[in-house]
Write a protein of this length. Structure first.
Length: 206
């Protein structure tokens, strides 16, 4: 008989079952807050931002730029995520005040100003530039961008019209027959009636 205390004995089971120390948890679905939106436009591009402290353009990322419309509110916003990491590099509502300006020396890029870009927290005011593979892609983006501007402007006008207070109109009760007669102006006597009245007065004096 072996003196090794770790050696298996004939009467003991040698097949030992071990429970895993770490159990795999269920996969958790990550929300992008885009679940209630439809993509009206999608195209690959490269995004830049203008750094005011150094007065130079800095790359924000490469990926698909999309125009997303909410199914209930119908508002359209621009969203762009970086490749691989999917980190948001542009996120702002498309307003009618924005103007896509051609980038100097390029027919495939646009520049515009954003009052509040929500890709960072807190939101920041940015000057953005986007560059596409060719001029045709750039023009398609411009057409979709301006169409989204018009759609959002109509929504804003409709909201303002609905919230505007209605004009107050005074309603007067209809006048009674007696009031109508009393308020009616007296007609001037005719020439014949005046002569008759004069004759009556002359008779009284006689």
């Amino acid at each position: 008989m072996s003196d090794d205390p770790l050696a298996p004995r004939h009467e003991e089971e040698t097949d030992v079952h071990f429970e895993p120390v770490i159990k795999l948890t269920e996969q958790v679905e990550t929300k992008t807050f885009e679940e209630d939106e439809d993509a009206l436009f999608k195209m690959r591009a490269k995004l830049f931002r203008f750094a005011t402290d150094t007065s130079e353009w800095k790359e924000r990322g490469t990926g698909d730029v999309r125009l997303l419309q909410h199914r209930e509110t119908k508002k359209v916003r621009l969203v762009m995520r970086r490749d691989k990491t999917l980190k948001v590099c542009a996120n702002h509502l498309i307003s009618s005040e924005m103007r896509l300006q051609p980038n100097i020396g390029s027919d495939r890029s646009w520049v515009w100003k954003v009052a509040a870009d929500y890709s960072e927290s807190p939101p920041t005011s940015e000057t953005l530039a986007i560059r596409f593979a060719n001029a045709d892609n750039a023009n398609q983006f411009k057409a979709a961008f301006e169409e989204a501007q018009q759609a959002n402007a109509k929504l804003l006008d409709a909201t303002e019209s609905a919230s505007a207070p209605a004009e107050h109109t005074e309603v007067h009760e209809p006048a009674t027959a007696e009031e109508t007669i009393a308020e009616a102006p007296k007609e001037e006597p005719t020439a014949e009636e005046k002569l008759a009245e004069k004759a009556e007065e002359d008779k009284k004096e006689d």
